[in-house]
Design a protein around this ligand. Sequence first.
Ligand code: MN
Length: 256
Amino acid sequence: MQILITNDDGVTHPGLLALTREMRQLGEVTVLAPDRNWSASGHAKTLDRPMRVRETRLADGFPAWMSDGGPSDCVALAMLGLFKHPFDLVVSGINPNANVGHDVTYSGTVTAAMEAAISDVRGFAVSLDRPGELPISETDFGPAARAARRVVAAALAHELPKNAILSINVPYLPDDQIRGVRVTRMGTRIYNDALDSREDPRGRPYYWIGGASPTGLAEDGTDYGALVEGYVSVTPLELDLTDYALHRTLQEWNLA
Ligand code: MN
């Protein structure tokens, strides 16, 4: 079992270390992750410059590789033969924030898993619903890493199709307080973004997208709803974004 680990927070992130330690129990692990933070970079593809790949080590000494490309670039490099062998699955994370609802369209964690699916390799994205005020240095990624290992192992035992994408979100709870696993659909995120306009020293305006952290609708059957109730959320995703209901409607219109 050949497993590729990546993330969108950078190769030194403790979430990647925790995930790597658990995944090493399931097979041969190769780590290739960005050398910096690419969170919310979406499904990026670097085409206008060369990419470098350098050897490094994780905090526990485990050998790893880092690239100046993004998360989906790292997956593409590995899928295209950088390591001279194929992979059975790609696991991305652990992202230190949940990726629920529309987050999946922004998330480098999730788009890394999507990149795997494009190459017909199973992709798993693992995200932790950490309280926003909790410093990363004080965050325990252990329960989420163990939950991810159990879900990945179960999915493989059930012969998860090769191009499947599973987005796993874990509530921030100790192992014995996680209530179980729910298979979910994408829910509704509520963004509280606000435009922050400022002026540079030369009087020219510049902008930040600021505002409070997103919340969501805690609906039954959704990713966000499962997290709120203390369950691990497992959402199967696919890359077909077609709106089939609207497709039928449009066919009845005379668009010409
Ligand atoms: Mn991230």
